[in-house]
Ligand binder design. Structure first.
Ligand code: HEM
Ligand code: HEM
Length: 237
């Protein structure tokens, strides 16, 4: 059965996660562990582990930022037909500006050297993604950290993860130089690894719940609280 263009757009983000992000995670974690073992005295490991770890770490952060930007843009643009876009062309133009600004902040962050620039471009990029994510079109389960649903939210997990990865990338020179920063790096990225596992569960869960475009009218006529759908007429014989 053929997927419509809209369904393909919705597949872009999960496909990026499966094909690009998770393989990179495996390599980055392995090289990080090697860099540590080498530092602690296992001299048979390659000298390049630390540098390769940090290089691939940058690409990991970049691919997560890209995948999340893609997900948010697709969700916001396809909620209703473009002609009915809530807020009209002015809101569309504003959100386009925020999207372009977020991408530009990441590009500037990639090249930044001085600590204040690294910190502020990383923060700008994160704020841009949060700003797009807070639009009413984006499904977030719950915005209240006191509710269990908040902690199961694929959106908030993604925002937390990006914060941790941007931090790892921003603090790269400090992590290479000092033991205190390295400890902070390892604490932040162990947490990131746990969130990556959680995203790998909450993402497929959401995928299971999202119907194909043409099925949406039928599925969304169901009562999600009572977990019941309108009775289907019996087939004519
Ligand atoms: C899941 C993600 C990650 C994990 C589990 C991880 C883990 C580690 C570990 C275990 C170390 C060794 C610490 C030690 O020597 O005691 C390390 C070092 C380092 N990490 Fe990561 N890391 C991750 C992501 C990143 C990212 C995204 C960057 C950003 C560019 C990065 C940059 C670095 C740097 C620069 C070092 C120091 C390497 C050296 O000593 O030359 N890491 N990381
Ligand atoms: C690094 C891991 C991941 C991060 C940081 C991440 C983050 C996000 C964010 C922030 C959103 C937008 C909010 C929303 O619509 O819920 C989103 C949407 C979505 N995610 Fe993920 N995600 C990750 C992995 C995955 C995986 C592995 C899957 C499934 C196999 C997945 C499936 C989805 C789906 C179906 C959506 C709805 C929007 C769309 O498909 O474009 N995600 N994700």
């Amino acid at each position: 059965m053929a997927l419509q263009t809209i369904d393909w757009l919705w597949l872009l983000h999960p496909a990026l996660a499966v094909v690009v992000i998770y393989p990179l995670v495996g390599m980055v974690v392995r090289l990080g562990v090697q860099a540590r073992q080498r530092r602690l005295g296992q001299s048979k490991l390659p000298v390049t582990s630390g540098r390769d770890h940090a290089d691939l770490g940058r690409w990991l952060t970049g691919s997560v930022v890209l995948a999340v930007l893609v997900a948010l843009v697709v969700v916001i643009l396809t909620k209703v037909p473009l002609a009915e876009f809530a807020g009209g062309p002015s809101r569309l133009a504003l959100l386009t500006l925020v999207t372009a600004g977020t991408a530009a902040a990441f590009a500037a962050f990639w090249r930044a050297r001085q600590p204040p620039f690294r910190a502020s471009f990383a923060l700008l990029c994160w704020i841009g993604l949060i700003g797009l994510g807070l639009q009413p079109e984006v499904w977030r389960l719950s915005d209240n950290p006191l509710e269990p649903a908040f902690w199961q939210s694929h959106f908030w997990g993604g925002i937390g993860l990006i914060g941790l990865l941007l931090f790892a990338m921003a603090a790269k020179p400090e992590t290479q130089r000092s033991l205190r920063w390295r400890r902070l790096h390892v604490s932040a990225t162990v947490l990131a690894a746990v969130v990556l596992v959680a995203q790998g569960i909450s993402g497929p869960r959401d995928l299971l719940e999202i119907p194909l475009h043409w099925q949406k009218p039928a599925i969304y006529s169901c009562d999600f609280e009572a977990q019941q759908c309108p009775a289907v007429p019996a087939p004519q014989s």
